[in-house]
Design a protein around this ligand. Structure first.
Ligand code: C2E
Ligand code: CA
Ligand code: CA
Length: 515
């Protein structure tokens, strides 16, 4: 007689154990023993009363796994849920305390799971979750606990063992991560996911219970995500300090947004042809009462983590339109203002209505507003809501500026489809353009393409007179950068505009005729 394969046995156990272990079966135990006694006498009584517990032991009714099998499971992956995981972790915590054995808790999260749901639908997201759970399980031993503790979040607790160190844990995390990141075939093509991992070794767990242990693994995960995508971080005292600092910054940034500490500053854009101002770009600035001006690279991620990018967009737009009205009333000619739109804002289905309403409220025509969208967001295949919003804003009459052009992969088709009015050539092409023929070739190629597609062009990050002159000579329409003017608070703009006008009248201008 051949032994059933482990997987058949496992399947059989999975199916029968929840039934065998449920309360009803316990009620039947005395009846079964008594029945056996009536039918077959004392030997049968002894056999059933001894045999049944032995049978339970054989099928694993008394082991860890059986206990977890009877707890509720995730409908999609069949994995334990948060409650079940916490109970299992409690037991591992107690066991390691008692025995001195080693263990570790891992929390893994799929990066960009929300985008996956939005772009490919719930079916695809479920499939990815299912595959992720299976792949994590396959990278571990059968006795380790795997759970799905959130839509995109999984947790692992290793069965306590004698030998386990930091290096082994990192290797294991790497193994799970690369398994999860293997391509996933989908009807329409292939999905590439990345995942971040936080690890907390039992020996490094802070506090005195399993809850603190998994929370620490979660902090390590946040740390990984802040350095991600696809990063692995191990919990330490430092992690805790960093997590605290990040959450303090998030809270402070949220408050700063509401109390007016975060406001846009304005950077001029000018025509290479006439030297005249063609617009100002609104750039968020946080003037911190204690730390002074904080860099965008610090506070924008904090606002993003706090889910406040839409709110930032509202604040910046409101101020930018107020500025336009103020320039109009002062009688200075500022044709338009550029505002950066984040992916979060662009995903809002009511965005076009909101912008229309704002423009109406300020009594400004839509062509006074340039919507700056990063080339990476427009990408090869933006999600449907984003695509609809961009097209809707263009139809409304707003200008669409493709920001950081040359760093993403916007196809020519998407540039046409979204009615982009202007490309903003990224600073990386502009740097040293006057002295580097390679740079000049690249810019010339971009300008030729733009001309064919009937797009306006603006060069970003123009720092020197030499770069400015070269861009004008190559035929770029507009320039923006420290060499023309740094971002400034609204109150300084009128003076800057007056000084610029005076300079235009006095000095020979840098124009297309140079060279
Ligand atoms: P961006 O839209 O490409 O903005 C241009 C950045 O380059 C600004 O940095 C600006 O201060 C800087 N810059 C301008 N001229 C020069 C130059 O000549 N040399 C150099 N080295 N830098 C120059 P900033 O203000 O730190 O903003 C960084 C990024 O943060 C922006 O890049 C934009 O993507 C984002 N951002 C800024 N404000 C907002 C906002 O209100 N909303 C959103 N969603 N994103 C914003
Ligand atoms: Ca921009
Ligand atoms: Ca840019």
């Amino acid at each position: 007689m051949s032994m059933p394969t482990p997987s058949t046995l496992t399947r059989l156990r999975r199916r029968t154990l929840p039934i065998l272990l449920g309360p009803p079966i316990l009620a039947f135990l005395p009846a079964v023993s008594l029945g056996a006694f009536w039918l077959w006498g004392e030997t049968a009584l002894v056999l059933t009363s001894l045999g049944l517990p032995l049978l339970f032991a054989f099928v694993g009714a008394f082991d860890e796994r059986a206990r977890t099998l009877s707890t509720p499971r995730d409908a999609v992956t069949g994995l334990l849920l948060r409650d079940g995981f916490e109970s299992a972790l409690d037991r591992a915590y107690a066991e390691t305390t008692r025995s001195g054995l080693r263990s570790a808790c891992f929390v893994l999260e799929l990066d960009d799971y929300r985008e996956l749901e939005e772009r490919h639908g719930q079916g695809a997201a479920d499939l990815v979750a299912l595959q992720t759970g299976e792949r994590i399980g396959a990278a571990l031993r059968g006795s380790d606990i795997v759970a799905r503790i959130g839509d995109s979040r999984f947790a692992v607790c290793l069965t306590p063992v004698r030998q386990l160190d930091l290096e082994l844990c990192i290797q294991l995390a790497g193994r799970m991560q690369s398994a999860v990141e293997d391509p996933i075939p989908l009807d329409a093509g292939t999905i590439y996911m990345t995942c971040s991992v936080g690890i907390c070794l039992r020996s490094r767990a802070p506090g005195s219970d399993a809850a603190a242990w998994v929370a620490a693994a979660g902090e390590a995960l946040s740390d990984a995500q802040a350095n991600g995508p696809s990063a692995i971080r191990v919990y330490s005292q430092d992690t805790h300090r960093r997590t605290r600092a990040r959450s303090d910054l998030r809270e402070e940034a949220a408050a700063a947004l509401e109390n007016g500490q975060i406001q846009p500053w304005y950077q001029p854009q000018i025509s290479t042809d006439t030297g005249k101002i063609t617009g100002f770009e609104a750039l968020a600035r946080w003037q911190h009462p204690v730390h002074g001006m904080l860099p965008t690279a610090t506070f924008l991620p904090a606002l993003e983590e706090a889910g406040l990018m839409e709110r930032l967009g509202e604040v910046v737009l409101y101020n930018a339109l107020t500025a336009l009205k103020a320039w109009d009333s002062a009688g200075v000619d500022v044709p338009r203002v550029g505002v950066n739109f984040s992916p979060d804002e662009l995903r809002n289905p009511s965005l076009v209505d909101r912008i229309r309403w704002e423009l109406d409220r300020f009594d400004l025509t839509p062509d006074r507003l340039s919507i700056e969208i990063l080339e990476t967001v427009m990408g090869t295949d933006p999600d449907e809501t984003i695509a609809r919003n961009i097209a809707g804003l263009a139809r409304l009459g707003c200008r669409i500026d493709l920001d950081d052009f040359g760093t993403g992969q916007a196809s020519l088709a998407s540039i046409k489809r979204f009615a982009v009015s202007r490309i903003k050539i990224d600073r990386s092409f502009v740097m040293k353009a006057d002295r580097d023929p390679e740079q000049q070739n690249l810019i010339a190629a971009i300008l030729t393409m733009a001309e064919r597609l009937d797009l306006e062009t603006l060069a970003e990050g123009v720092e020197t007179v030499g770069e400015h002159a070269m861009l004008a000579q190559l035929g770029c329409d507009h320039v923006q950068g420290f060499g023309i003017g740094r971002p400034m608070p609204f109150d300084h703009t009128l003076d800057w505009i007056a000084a610029h006008r005076a300079k235009l009248q006095d000095a020979p201008r840098i124009g297309k005729e140079i060279g």
